[in-house]
Design a binder for this molecule. Structure first.
Ligand code: GLC
Length: 437
């Protein structure tokens, strides 16, 4: 009897589940342009993240308003002394380009609610409230266009300044001076700003949402917002840092400070399935996103290059962050590190750009990238003997990417044994080029 009921219910449940999936998908069919942009993104591999806002004046990160419980009145004084006279969009873009980066994603408005661009939807903008009075995103957009770098905008869903961000979320609760407001007006405000961002700055690579986690139960009107973006610019890729599985309408999946599946930061919810869309991991060059004067955790050049290689081995782009200073300059130490990564990519870029995760699964000390029949093993530690689990389909030839010498190896029923003499070892990455059968 019970078995019979189960037999009847299971197909009905399956049907309901499937039809739900179909409805969700049928809401959004990516355009040709969007699919091409996804492919470009998959191949681009490396981008620059920029966290820049009036908070940089305090040199204590982009969360300073909530960390120090600065009231609305007090925080509103910050823009009056934000005057980044050293800002030079061309220099920033050239720096990114020389680092081997293919795109830039900059904070257009962070959780403090301050717009770093000219907006008619609010007066709380760089143009209206700072002595600088210029739209830095405009300069950046023009410089990016000149250099062939794609521009993405980070956009915070969360806002500690706007009263209409109401009911409030779980952060910023100690900020005094916040009033009650109207959620629907807030949604309209975001739509107005996104329309500006997608109308006044030329072609935009993507919109990078953040802050969903502040109000897990809110109705963000994603359907309308995502549709608006794709209607305005069909190729524009949408990503959302909600730490869950991708939602209909999103074009890439992002991971914060964690390679897909690693979840060492405990951001990811149980629902963060790794999907099929292009992926991106974001990480800081030191320990902070926004400028932090006392941050001494600058990662070494080797750590940064390893992160980029690992990201590629996990089928991911790396979006590497710098937090420019309030004068508009990027910390010289970070400029130097980016140049070093660029040098490495100059000689080894072929093993990164345009590749996808290789057939050999990534481990702590080794990842693989692949383009067609060419697979690159990136050995990230200096060891003489390496054991590589069986490569399905077999191996045609094996050589060192750098010296082009043949690699001494042995194939047995378990896999591939490589012997790497010291003279072939590279202190950053010993790359083995394998042609697959
Ligand atoms: C987190 C932080 C935010 C930062 C973002 C970048 O969401 O709250 O400040 O912009 O990570 O990934």
């Amino acid at each position: 009897m019970r078995v019979n009921i189960i037999k009847r219910i299971v197909p009905i449940l399956l049907f309901l589940l499937l039809s739900k999936a179909i409805i969700a998908q049928s809401n959004y069919v990516p355009t040709k342009e969007n699919l091409a942009a996804r492919q470009w993104f998959d191949e681009a591999k490396f981008g620059l993240f920029i966290h820049w806002g009036v908070y940089s004046v305090l040199g204590d990160g982009e969360w300073v308003m909530q960390q120090q419980n600065i009231s609305i009145d007090e925080y509103e004084k910050l823009p009056t002394f934000f005057n980044p006279i050293q800002f030079n969009a061309d220099e920033w873009v050239k720096m990114a380009k020389n680092a081997g980066m293919k795109y830039i994603c900059i904070t257009s408005r962070h959780h403090d609610g301050f717009s770093m661009f000219d907006s008619k939807a609010t007066d709380y903008t760089i143009v209206k409230k700072t002595p600088y009075q210029k739209d830095v995103l405009k300069d950046l957009a023009d410089a990016c266009k000149r250099e062939g770098i794609k521009l993405f905008f980070y956009y915070s869903l969360l806002d500690w300044h706007n009263d209409d961000y109401f009911p409030r979320g779980r952060t910023g609760t100690g900020i005094r001076g916040r009033n009650d407001g109207d959620w629907e007006k807030y949604i309209a405000f975001m739509k107005a700003q996104l329309t500006e961002l997608l109308t006044n700055y030329g072609e935009i690579g993507g919109i990078w949402f953040d802050g969903d986690w502040d109000k897990k139960k809110a109705d963000w009107h994603y359907d309308e917002i995502y549709q608006l973006i794709h209607d305005l610019q069909p190729q524009c890729l949408i990503g959302n840092n909600h730490h869950e599985a991708v939602k209909p309408g999103e074009d890439f999946q992002m991971f914060e400070k964690d390679l897909p599946g690693r979840s060492t930061q405990n951001f990811a919810s149980d629902a963060e399935d790794i999907g099929e869309l292009p992926k991106e991991v974001c990480e800081t060059i030191n320990g902070s996103w926004g400028f932090n004067l006392k941050d001494r955790k600058h990662k070494s050049d080797k750590e940064l290059i390893h992160y980029l290689i690992k990201a590629a081995g996990f089928d991911c782009n790396l979006l590497l962050n710098v937090g420019p200073m309030p004068n508009g300059e990027i910390q010289p130490k970070h400029v130097q590190s980016l140049a070093k990564i660029g040098e490495w990519l100059n000689t080894n870029g072929e093993t990164i750009y345009g590749t996808r995760q290789g057939v050999v699964s990534p481990t702590e000390e080794m990842v693989s990238t692949q383009k067609g029949k060419k697979m690159y093993l990136h050995l990230l530690e200096n060891k003489n003997t390496w054991f590589i689990p069986e490569i399905k389909g077999g191996v045609e030839s094996i050589r060192y990417y750098k010296s082009k010498n043949k690699v001494k190896h042995e194939v047995n029923s378990y896999g591939l044994l490589l012997e790497i003499p010291e003279k072939e070892q590279d202190s950053i990455d010993t790359i083995i080029e394998i042609t697959l059968k």
